[in-house]
Design a protein around this ligand. Structure first.
Ligand code: NAD
Length: 487
């Protein structure tokens, strides 16, 4: 991409310093709500930049892993305070860069500070078990040690929370990291890294390398990277898994979803409508856990559809910085094109468009990647709308006659990330918990949303079955040694 002097330029962060890239290519960021507003540009880093960052991380490793967990935790507490102090500024920047409404973004940053605090406390928790030895003179125990240099590759849709739910456990358990954010969330990453630097992490412990797919590939194939944690699309995740296996790395993948809600004839209909809309349309549907299929019992279908349409039509779309906007734009032109092509495909495959399906009208929307909240009816399971992750504000309505049929449809996708049921019947809820093929199950709540102290992750093509967050993170960011002291 051609560079221009009028763009504010940002750098990589390597070995405790803001470092220029070895290469000459730049990635430019404009506001997705208004493309004429420039946010800045970051280097499209080369394999040599990655080499510098890995070298720095590797050099810093020994001293960092030898600190007491509590000392590492203290730096995370400091980082949490700084993130909280700069909450508004960070949220505003992220909204300008990727479009999520300021209210959602502010909540996300607050959650980021909580994630840092949760893992700061991990520095003082147990790292192993004592196992009774068959020999009474022996002490047999396990102890956890860090993996080493960890490569963290993140998407743009949670530009603060996802990086922090990887960075915080990686760091507290004694790893050094190289983080490559999505090009679409790079400037937010600069700000966040600045706060981590201010918290006082030693040089080389946290490294930020900007770039796209090629930069990520250089990280994944680097022989001195021991662990790769990736969140993003299935296509990229699959390639990363192959490369990580080829080069013998521990790898963790969290990927896409096609998340259903089931609404039975025993549901609180008003609540199910509210939660379905919130799950489908917040963040303009750009959440891995977003609701994309509503599978509704025939006996309540017409009521559900009517109430849903009434409320969807009330949604205000606009620039995420505008307090009146409930839903912002999509992140980029390519994302807008992709969602519009799914909408066209839905129409050509015979689904019925109930509302939306186009850019909202008016001058306010012409410069941004806006799409109206879109609802399709008469969607059947073989349609693309029912199978592919759209990652936009598009909801497919499907009708069923029983819970068995609903579960069969709900599971009839390659993904298995999150799923909800709306019912007041405990037996239906229990059956759903048993039979739904998804890593994140919710009863009478929207499909999106999870608490940071609980494990997060999917099943089937959504995941590599290595959970993140809560107490699960230690499994990925450490490995255990079994020790016998023979007396
Ligand atoms: P993406 O796969 O295009 O990119 C994600 C990251 O991977 C970016 O930093 C990108 O530069 C990098 N990358 C891409 N190809 C790579 C490769 N071959 N090697 C190394 N790095 C590579 O995804 P995106 O568009 O940024 O994010 C949207 C996707 O993320 C959706 O599919 C969504 O469901 C998924 N997601 C999943 C979760 C989850 O926890 N399951 C959470 C958020 C988003």
């Amino acid at each position: 991409m051609a560079s221009s002097i009028s763009w504010e330029r940002y750098r990589n962060f390597i070995n405790g310093e803001w470092a220029p890239s070895v290469g000459q290519a730049w990635i430019q960021r404009t506001n997705p709500a208004n493309q004429s507003e420039r946010i800045g540009e970051v280097p499209d880093s080369t394999a040599e930049d990655v080499e510098l960052a890995v070298t720095a991380a590797n050099l810093a490793l020994n001293a960092w892993r030898r600190l007491a967990g509590a000392e590492r935790g203290n730096l995370l507490y400091r980082a949490a305070d700084l993130v909280e102090k700069h909450k508004r500024e960070l949220a505003r920047l992220a909204t300008r860069e990727m479009g999520k409404t300021l209210m959602e973004m502010t909540q996300e940053v607050a959650r980021g500070a909580d994630i840092l605090r949760y893992y700061a406390g991990e520095g003082m928790r147990k790292t192993g078990d004592v196992i009774p030895s068959a020999n009474r003179d022996h002490l047999l125990f396990t102890t956890r040690v860090p993996m080493g240099v960890a490569a963290l590759i993140t998407p743009w849709n949670f530009p603060v929370a996802i990086p922090l739910w990887k960075l915080a456990p990686a760091l507290v358990y004694g790893n050094t990291v190289i983080w490559k954010p999505s090009p679409e969330a790079s400037i937010t990453a600069v700000k966040l890294t600045g706060l981590l630097a201010e918290a006082g992490f030693p040089p080389g412990v946290v490294n930020l390398v900007h770039g796209g797919k090629k930069t990520g590939e250089a990280m994944v194939s680097h022989p001195r990277v021991q662990a790769v944690s990736f969140t993003g699309s299935n296509a990229a995740g699959r390639q990363i898994a192959i490369e990580a296996a080829r080069t013998g790395k521990k790898v963790q993948l969290e990927m896409g979803g096609k998340n259903p809600v089931i609404v039975t004839d025993k549901a609180d209909l008003d609540k199910s409508v509210r939660m379905t809309i919130s799950g489908a349309m917040k963040s303009a549907g750009q959440k891995c856990t977003a609701t994309s299929r509503a599978i509704v019992f025939r006996s309540v279908y017409d009521d559900f559809k009517e109430k849903l349409l009434e409320e969807v039509k009330q949604i205000t779309v606009g620039d995420g910085l505008n307090e009146a906007a409930w839903m912002g734009p999509l992140v980029s032109q390519s994302q807008w094109d992709k969602v519009m092509s799914y909408i066209r495909q839905g129409l050509s495959e015979g689904a019925e468009l109930l509302c939306g399906g186009k850019r909202p009208e008016g001058a306010d929307y012409e410069q941004g990647f806006f799409i109206e909240p879109t609802v399709f009816a008469n969607v059947t399971t073989e349609m693309t709308l029912a199978q592919e992750e759209i990652f936009g504000p598009v909801l497919a309505l499907m009708v069923v006659d029983s819970l068995e049929e609903a579960l069969q449809l709900a599971n009839d996708v390659r993904f298995g990330l999150s799923a909800s049921i709306f019912t007041e019947d405990i037996q239906e809820a229990m059956q759903f918990i048993q039979d739904m093929e998804a890593g994140m199950i919710r009863i009478n709540g929207e499909s999106a949303g999870v608490e940071l102290q609980a494990p997060f992750g999917g099943m089937k093509a959504s995941s590599s079955y290595s959970k993140e967050q809560g107490t699960a993170a230690i499994e990925f960011y450490t490995t255990s040694k079994t020790v016998t002291i023979c007396g």
